[in-house]
Structure formats: structure tokens, C-alpha cells
Design a binder for this molecule. Sequence first.
Ligand code: CO
Length: 173
Amino acid sequence: MALLEILLADDPILRQKSKKVRQIDSSIQRLMDDMLETMHDAHGVGLAAPQVGQLLRVIVIHLPEQEPLALVNPEVVKREGQRVVEEGCLSIPGWRGEVTRSVTVTVKALNRHGKQIRIKAAEDLLAQALEHEIDHLDGVLYIDHLTRPDKLWKIPPREEEGSPEEPEPALVG
Ligand code: CO
């Protein structure tokens, strides 16, 4: 596995639309593994392939105390309700914003073995992460969903490893 470089928000690649994956071969599985490693290293809970310079419809999500998810060609098939949440992105380090997201999100996708799966999430970090990462595949960033243009603020730099700290507030990735 390898750590990949995470592109920052001023990179035009992040505003492009990613292509569907036609075949889940070993290069795609390797990409998923590298994305998970890169995401863990950066302390995020999600990462989308365009963030590492690959314009492919692949995302990974790993929430605390859950199994990691690696999804190919994920698609939101249903969303309901609206809620206001705090959000961050590994491509916009040092910032948080207040955004509008759906309450429930249903996603269909292929897993790393090419099996069709369906995920329903309600009012939780998974629902938020699914919308955030799938947005990346269409060139959309969370700052496009701010509740107001001024609802974006700087956060202090991360404390050193091992020091006591608050849990990351909904840093998505
Ligand atoms: Co992001």
C-alpha cells in the first residue's frame, strides 16, 4: 500500500466530474487500499478518488467502530429531509463550515468485489459522509452547500499525536 497526495481545493481536478468504473480489477482494488491508508493517515473518515488525482467514481468511508466501506460507482437513489451539520474536508484543511445535508440517504453501489449493495443511512455521520464523498465525484465541495456564505471558519491546528483532545467534530474528508 502507499500513501497518496491529497489535492487541495484550489486544484481544478477537484471541480471535474469523475468517470464510472467499468471493471473492478486489481488496479481499482489497489486504489481503494491506498485511499483507505491515505485517509487514515490524514485522520479523515472519508475520501474520494478525485482527491488523490484519480477521476474515477470510487469512494472510501471508515467511521469509528465500523467496518471500512469501499464503494464503486456509488449513486444516491433517494434522499429525504434537510438538516444543518458541521463539516470539513481533507482537501480544505484547517476549515469547517455549516452546511445543509439530507436527513436520510439511500445509496446503491458496487463493493470491492463487484457485488451490488444498497446502504441506507439516517441522521448520522454515515449519511453525511455518503453525500460529501459522492459530491466529490461530481466536482462539488462542501463549501458549495454552506447555509450562509459567512458560515465558514478556521479551526486551530491539530494537537500533537497522543495529547488529549476532543473528538474530531464531523470532519468528513
Ligand atoms: Co471532502
